[in-house]
Design a protein around this ligand. Structure first.
Ligand SMILES: [Zn+2]
Length: 456
């Protein structure tokens, strides 16, 4: 760039869609990336992921990671394969979560017969990424030459999630990553932002509000009890990261307060089991209420009836475990993982229940179930859905429409422009209008591939 006060931002992917976060910042002779996520939809990895990045990976100085969800980290091995040799920066838990998530994704993608996975997702590239990785604490400032300063604020979305705050030429630029649905049972609230000049924010739930939070625990309790009375199996497709741990914590409370009858509860996901161990290790990042319960002696991710089934044999044996029972398994949108076996086995019977507790992306099996589709094709078989389909949206890990507006309100007096990312166009555009109407701010919805110049 000719002018040192200008920064160019390219929305390489992750604009006009929820997944594939990858944003390039260029200015004053430096190049930074924010996130390097997998583009997901019908498949764990869409074909687009195999396209070359629209920049020379070897010229990037630093890759900043906002959090360990695969749509924010999933193309890091590919970035390495294309020659990236810079620094990678994140919070401490994000690095450990990434290590587990990338290994799991490599395993999932190894079944993709259409693509030569080894070239982009090799164990060597994952290892190299981790060797380039440095961690910083929330609030710790990282100064980079040419006048850039970076730090993370807690976004309250998953363990380790951070908003990236950039100070350059006395201007403040914030990339929110995903914003948590605070208050979360486990995590601290999203930190407030102020004095921001340019805000790049997520808009996943830009056009919708969640159910009331108190509702959701009651609804969970009711669904568990109704399924118990029908002597059925309750299957819950769960995102292994955060949602599983929140759910375990809430079921822990229901069990320990005798609010639900005793039954077997299976956590049927090796990935979720590994991630739960990381949550236990880093419980110091939890909110004060959760910390108080832990310090009172409660193991919040462990209760009577809970069985963690790591091996395939243990997983297969669940089918023979007596009803009523509960099975939590991944993936959360039913686009892979052990949940498919359970859906095949349990969806055809009216005594059973499937409970959807998270965002179901367009094109996924989870979205079809959510839409009430009665005839599904699962693992090569036609399945007629007779099970009860229940939904609780209050478990979303994302701020809803009203709370996104509330988040912006703290900095409405200074913000020059807001770029709405990581949302489907309908959602992002609705939020843009709502922000303009409610706060009088300038909100814009870029499309994938678009470049903007911000004047610092
Ligand atoms: Zn996320």
């Amino acid at each position: 760039m000719d002018n040192d006060t200008k920064l160019k931002v390219t929305f390489c992917s992750g604009a006009g869609t929820v997944t594939g976060a990858n944003f390039l910042i260029e200015g004053n002779g430096k190049k930074f990336l924010v996130d390097c996520g997998l583009i997901q939809g019908e498949k764990v990895a869409e074909d687009l992921n195999w396209d070359k990045f629209p920049y020379e990976a070897s010229t990037i100085d630093i890759l900043f990671i906002t959090h360990g969800h695969i749509d924010h980290i999933g193309r890091i091995p590919k970035l390495i394969a294309e020659g990236f040799n810079g620094r990678i920066i994140s919070t401490i838990p994000t690095k450990e979560i990434t290590e587990v998530m990338l290994a799991d994704t490599a395993h999932l993608l190894s079944r993709d017969e259409d693509h030569n996975l080894a070239e982009i997702y090799s164990p060597e590239n994952i290892k190299k990424a981790l060797s380039l990785w440095e961690t910083i604490e929330y609030g710790q400032k990282l100064n980079v030459d040419h006048g850039f300063q970076f730090s993370y604020k807690d976004s309250g979305h998953i363990l380790g999630s951070g908003m990236l705050e950039i100070i350059y030429n006395y201007r403040k630029i914030v990339f929110t990553g995903d914003l948590g649905n605070s208050p979360s049972p486990l995590l601290r609230d999203t930190e407030k932002i102020k004095d921001v000049d340019y805000l790049f924010m997520e808009s996943c739930y830009g056009d919708r509000n969640h159910e009331d939070r108190d509702e959701r625990k009651n609804k969970l309790m009711e669904i568990i009890k109704q399924n118990y009375d029908r002597k059925g199996t309750l299957i819950i497709p769960t995102f292994s990261l955060e949602r599983t741990q929140e759910l375990l914590y809430e079921i822990n409370t229901l069990v320990e307060w005798n609010l639900i009858p005793k039954m077997s509860i299976f956590l049927d996901s090796p990935l979720a089991i590994k991630l739960t161990a990381i949550y236990t290790k880093y419980e110091k990042y939890f909110n004060p209420t959760a910390l108080k319960i832990i310090r009172g002696g409660d193991e919040i991710f462990n209760f009577i009836g809970l069985k963690m089934t790591d091996t395939t044999d243990e997983s297969k044996a669940i089918l023979h475990a007596p009803d009523p029972k509960i099975i939590m398994a991944g993936s959360g949108m039913s686009n892979g993982g052990r949940i498919l076996h359970h859906e095949k086995n349990y969806l055809p019977y009216a005594s059973n229940t499937i409970l959807l507790i998270g965002y179901q992306s367009v094109g996924t099996l989870g979205r079809s179930i959510q839409n009430g589709t009665k005839k599904l094709h699962i693992m090569g078989e036609d399945i007629h859905v007779k099970a009860h389909v229940e939904m609780i949206s209050g478990y979303s890990g994302h701020k809803d429409s009203d709370h996104l507006v509330e988040f912006v309100a703290d900095t409405a007096n200074t913000v020059k422009k807001i770029f709405l990312l990581m949302g489907e166009p309908k959602s992002a555009m609705f939020l843009a209008q709502k922000l303009k109407d409610n706060l009088g701010v300038n909100a814009y919805t870029p499309i994938a591939g678009e470049q903007v110049v911000i004047d610092c």
